[in-house]
Design a binder for this molecule. Structure first.
Ligand SMILES: Cc1cc2nc3c(=O)[nH]c(=O)nc-3n(C[C@H](O)[C@H](O)[C@H](O)COP(=O)(O)O)c2cc1C
Length: 334
């Protein structure tokens, strides 16, 4: 068991939350993560709908596991029913990102649900705290999926921890027990982890993507807007996403203006997505992908991260007379 004051307050047995990965983190993964002692999040991504929220959240609910739901703020702006459905599903946590969250804080709190949001710099963390958000996710540029590409996880986490009093989860590139130990030792209340769960049998990652994920090393990702440009997704243009480099990103990353007008290229990309042809279609993943070498269950990963981090932190505690102080408190192991 590994705990921080924040994870104990939620009755978690380990301070690990899976990132709400659209198209990857459904109810089955959320259930497995919570069952293993972390907190499972359901990702409602660009293909999100009220039906998807209802269907996926029924899985952890039936298993009597706590869970969270991650929504895209800009999608809620376009379709407010998504937030209503997420509130009705009674998660313990909702994450809203990629938009100004202020208008939603009261509604989430009125339903007795905690609100989290991703930030990319210290100013974003201050703004989120002022808006009344309960949990900040300091998400570094090495993370998979969408975000900003400006600050890496470690400098970001340090800056954010200096800036706010509310619990801060570290995200981006946490791919082993070492990464978990590092962010907890720095003062994070927990870790928000996406890429490391991509190969779990409980995840929705297409089978055809597995061998590419296993082959990829830490230098094989690229931050790009080419996927959103090809698909015409309504992502705010300041956000790109980190994906595995492939033939499509090599051709179009940085050339998005031309891509938008190239109907043939866009149609070919869309077809490749439908057919699972990952020479062209994207696989979102962060730089921690290099640490993934085989498929393991969510429970195995959580136990490996937790036990390994407890051991590393125990070693560190015996040689260090003091613990770093922050409002989330240092990690405790037993
Ligand atoms: C396949 C994939 C899909 C993602 N989809 C979403 C999403 O729908 N909503 C969201 O808030 N974040 C999403 N993310 C980003 C994560 O929330 C998080 O920032 C990231 O996974 C953390 O870095 P890591 O992947 O290195 O662990 C996604 C990440 C991945 C890898």
């Amino acid at each position: 068991m590994l705990s921080t004051p924040w994870s104990s307050s939620l009755n978690l047995r380990t301070p690990i939350i899976n990132a709400p990965m659209g198209g990857v983190a459904g109810g089955r993964l959320a259930s497995a993560i919570s069952g293993a002692g972390g907190l499972g999040m359901i990702g409602i991504g660009t293909a999100g709908s009220v039906e998807l929220i209802e269907r996926e959240s029924a899985i952890p609910r039936q298993a009597r596991q706590p869970f969270g739901i991650g929504l895209l703020g800009w999608a809620v702006d376009q379709e407010p029913l998504l937030l209503g459905a997420a509130l009705d599903a009674q998660p313990i946590l909702i994450s809203l990102g990629f938009a100004n969250v202020s208008p939603w804080v009261h509604r989430v709190h009125d339903a007795d649900i905690l609100l989290a949001t991703q930030v990319y710099d210290a100013q974003g963390a201050r703004d989120a705290q002022t808006a009344g958000v309960d949990i900040i996710i300091a998400r570094g540029s090495e993370g998979g999926g969408h975000g900003l590409n400006n600050v890496a996880t470690l400098p970001l986490l340090q800056a954010v921890l200096e800036e706010v009093e509310i619990p801060v989860l570290a995200a981006g590139g946490i791919g082993s027990a070492r990464g978990l130990a590092a962010v907890l030792a720095a003062g994070a209340a927990g870790a928000w982890i996406g890429t490391a769960f991509l190969l779990c049998p409980e995840a929705l990652t297409p089978a055809a993507a597995h061998s590419r994920i296993i082959r990829a090393n830490e230098t094989d990702t690229v931050y790009t807007r080419s996927v959103d440009a090809a698909m015409g997704f309504a992502w705010p243009t300041q956000f790109g996403e980190r994906v595995l480099r492939n033939r499509f990103t090599e051709r179009w990353s940085g050339d998005e203006e031309r891509l938008v007008d190239d109907d043939r290229a866009r149609a070919a990309f869309s077809r490749a997505r439908d057919e699972g042809d990952f020479d062209l279609a994207e696989i979102a993943a962060g730089q921690g992908v290099g640490l993934l070498s085989n498929a393991r269950s969510a429970e195995e990963i959580i136990h490996g991260f937790t036990n390994g981090a407890a051991e590393l932190l125990g070693r560190w505690a015996t040689t260090s007379p003091t613990r770093p102080e922050n409002d989330a408190g240092g990690p405790a192991t037993e």
